[in-house]
Design a protein around this ligand. Structure first.
Ligand code: ZN
Length: 424
């Protein structure tokens, strides 16, 4: 029921003439019905700020652009609000795996699932469909490139921890054209440190691949393999594998500690991915993720959450610049869920973190850009929350993302825009 109402609302937004509503909320066309033809979408760039709720977006905005300023991700013509709940029988509060699976496949599933349904059956993803239609595909992230968010677009496993299986599926089965991020540890077996020495930054980091040497395998399959910013810049060819850290491309710790220090910035990875993928005449489907927004939120590290968010916004700028010159490109900026139960407060208000009865943690004060004012960040959890998350969109079909809807709706709309399928 909810779905049909939602589709009706979208139809109203889409069609300009001859519509009335019947009692059940379904749209009826008074004029001879001819559904509006979906606009042509050649390229999709989906940018995911993992864990980026409304408060994260606003904290990044205040610190970067000030009280009246707008981020790149906010200066887009359409916006929506996503319900993020998973179909997990134990907890409807989603993890990144179930959320990305819902966005990629249109099917809600259990937490930890990588594009398999509640019965464990693989469900085709929108990226796989794009590939089948002849488009180039890409995954870019500051997490392990085999981490849950990118994985759900290009692999199927019952458990998100099977990262070497996921890597193998990327190169052998889904044949993702551009793969850039961290997580070298899952591409090399134990005893083969790879380019980034084991335990260099973190004692727990080290090669632990379970599928042999997947870097060698990728090279045999025609991938150009790169390990540094310089190598990435110089890389040629249509298939590209870049692994830039043992695990994440940053070090997650609590406020005042940790590092956000990717050896290649998210905007630079995004730019290179677009350069390579756009050589395909049939277009491309690219997923770009900033993982540190989520992970720093888990550790209640406001400073580095903001720093990562600023880089994410620069990656959005790169995507928007491309879309402005290539108007058949749809750009979506969204989140999979909120992390940390964050809010923004006036400095000097009672610091609840001193109260041993609450779990609240506070960071700051942070300067508001172009202002003498400051703000503090107040966290209420180190986990995920069920708070809805914003989406912004530009390009052909962007207005179909206006409204309030389930995360699965993103898949359904993309399927319509890319392949002309009827909305479910
Ligand atoms: Zn998380």
């Amino acid at each position: 029921m909810f779905k049909s109402k939602r589709c009706a609302a979208l139809l109203i937004a889409t069609l300009s003439v001859g519509l009335t509503l019947n009692h059940g909320g379904q749209a009826i066309s008074a004029a001879p019905s001819k559904p509006a033809k979906p606009p042509v979408v050649k390229n999709v760039i989906m940018l995911v700020g993992d864990g980026m709720g409304t408060a994260q977006r606003n904290a990044i905005r205040l610190a970067t652009k000030g009280i009246d300023g707008e981020l790149e991700m906010d200066s887009m013509p359409y916006s929506g609000l996503i319900h993020t709940n998973s179909a997990d029988p134990k907890s409807f509060i989603t993890d990144s795996a179930a959320a990305a699976s819902a966005i990629a496949t249109g099917v809600k599933t259990y937490n930890g699932a990588i594009s398999v349904d509640l019965q464990g059956k693989p469900v085709k993803t929108i990226l796989e469909q794009a590939k089948k239609a002849g488009k180039a595909t890409g995954l870019v992230t500051t997490a392990q490139v085999t981490d849950a968010t990118p994985a759900a677009f290009a692999a199927h496993t019952a458990n998100r921890s099977a990262q070497s299986d996921i890597a193998k599926q990327y190169i052998e089965k889904t044949k993702v054209d551009v793969i850039l991020g961290g997580g070298e540890d899952y591409w090399y077996p134990a005893g083969h440190p790879g380019y980034y020495p084991d335990t260099a930054e973190d004692a727990e980091e080290g090669s632990k691949g379970k599928q042999g040497n997947l870097v060698e395998r990728a090279k045999k399959l025609g991938y150009t393999y790169v390990r540094t910013a310089d190598e990435l810049k110089r890389a040629k060819g249509r298939k590209l594998l870049g692994l830039f850290a043992n695990e994440e491309m940053f070090q997650k710790r609590s406020e005042g500690e940790g590092k956000y220090n990717p050896v290649v910035s998210l905007p630079d990875m995004t730019k290179k991915a677009i350069d390579v993928l756009s050589k395909n005449k049939k277009g491309f489907f690219l997923v770009v993720e900033e993982e540190a927004i989520d992970e720093m939120s888990h550790d209640n590290n406001g400073s580095l959450m903001i720093k990562a968010g600023q880089q994410f916004d620069q990656a959005v700028a790169v995507a928007k610049r491309y879309a402005k010159h290539h108007p058949d490109t749809l750009v979506l900026v969204l989140a999979d869920h909120e992390s940390g139960g964050l809010t923004i407060e006036t400095p000097g208000d009672a610091d609840e973190s001193e109260d041993s009865n609450t779990l609240s943690d506070e960071n700051g004060p942070f300067a508001v850009a172009h202002s003498k004012q400051t703000f503090t960040l107040n966290w209420t959890t180190t986990g995920h929350t069920a708070a809805g998350v914003p989406l912004t969109a530009m390009g052909p079909g962007a207005k179909r993302f206006a409204g309030v809807y389930e995360n699965t709706h993103i898949h359904d709309i993309l399927e319509t825009l890319l392949f002309g399928k009827r909305e479910r």
